[in-house]
Write a protein that binds this ligand. Structure first.
Ligand code: ZN
Length: 288
């Protein structure tokens, strides 16, 4: 795989694996649902509802001061179409909302699902090792567990990702902020590598699943699925706003950015240096 396992020292590698061993995951919905008893919601009072909901939430937070951390708590509702990694809890969380098309579809073949929810799972795992997540250790504490040389090499490799995305022009004269979006772009890159390898392992386990469908190989379907995942339609003003505040790159770049760093993408489609998608090997980012 493109992730170069060779560049980290055994000491850093061991800590990284220790952290990975301690990962926990939550899928679907919490075991016990939150109790909203006491929160008054009125059909004709939007402002009042917002104020009461805020007060309700503040009271709940204040009541928790001094008590033990609730590790079963979810920071998203089950119906949310999203997922997250929590550095202090070292956990990855996938609400039921994201376990549906286009992220996950039981009717679709493996390649399509690995290229979608597979990449999302890999993305959340990689957040544990992106430019922010790597500062937390296996216990969820802020502790630098990298050797100085490995930390420096990480930054050098990450700077390629910064340069790559900073060159993407989302609106005339307005480019992606490569630093703001770095963590998400690293997570996309790592997630794509992980999911691609997972698909290869699944296909190796059961070669009968290696089929060409509608003229596309599993590898092609994987990358197609990932690109289709990020179809978006924003108004110009919204895109402009997101360029300033959103740590995610706009969808059109998430749908191609990770790909062009992976040799497997060029192999899958027979892309050569004659193609506009070609990225010189020495410019491709390899972190995880
Ligand atoms: Zn993310």
């Amino acid at each position: 795989m493109p992730s170069a396992p060779g560049w980290r020292s055994p000491a850093t590698r061991q800590e990284a694996l220790r952290k990975f061993d301690r990962f926990s995951e939550k899928v679907g919905h919490p075991r016990t649902f939150r109790d909203y008893a006491g929160l008054e919601v009125r059909r004709d009072d939007l402002l009042g509802n917002v104020l009461r909901a805020n007060a309700f939430e503040s009271r709940r937070d204040l009541a928790r001061v001094g008590k033990a951390v609730d590790r079963s708590e979810w920071h998203m509702t089950p119906q949310t179409v999203n997922a997250y990694f929590s550095p202090p809890l070292n956990e990855i969380v996938f609400p039921a909302g994201i376990l549906q098309p286009p992220f996950f579809d039981l009717e679709m073949d493996d390649a399509v699902n690995y290229g979608a929810i597979g990449v999302v799972i890999g993305h959340e795992i990689t957040h544990g090792y992106d430019d922010q997540g790597r500062k937390y250790d296996a216990d969820g504490n802020l502790r630098d567990w990298w050797t100085e040389a490995d930390g420096g090499e990480f930054d050098r490799r990450a700077s390629r990702v910064v340069d790559q995305y900073a060159a993407y022009e989302a609106l005339p004269g307005k480019r992606v902020n490569g630093r703001l979006t770095l963590g998400e772009n690293i997570a996309d890159l790592g997630g794509t590598s992980i999911a691609f390898e997972a698909l290869q392992r699944a296909l190796a386990k059961d070669p009968s699943r290696r089929r060409t469908l509608d003229g596309f190989t599993p590898e092609q379907r994987f990358f197609l699925s990932l690109s289709q995942l990020w179809r978006v339609n924003w108004r110009e003003a919204e895109l402009q706003r997101r360029l300033v505040v959103d740590p995610h790159s706009p969808g059109q770049f998430r749908g191609i950015g990770p790909h062009v760093n992976l040799p497997e993408f060029y192999q899958a489609w027979g892309i050569t240096d004659a193609s506009p998608l070609w990225r010189k090997p020495e410019e491709r980012a390899t972190i995880w």
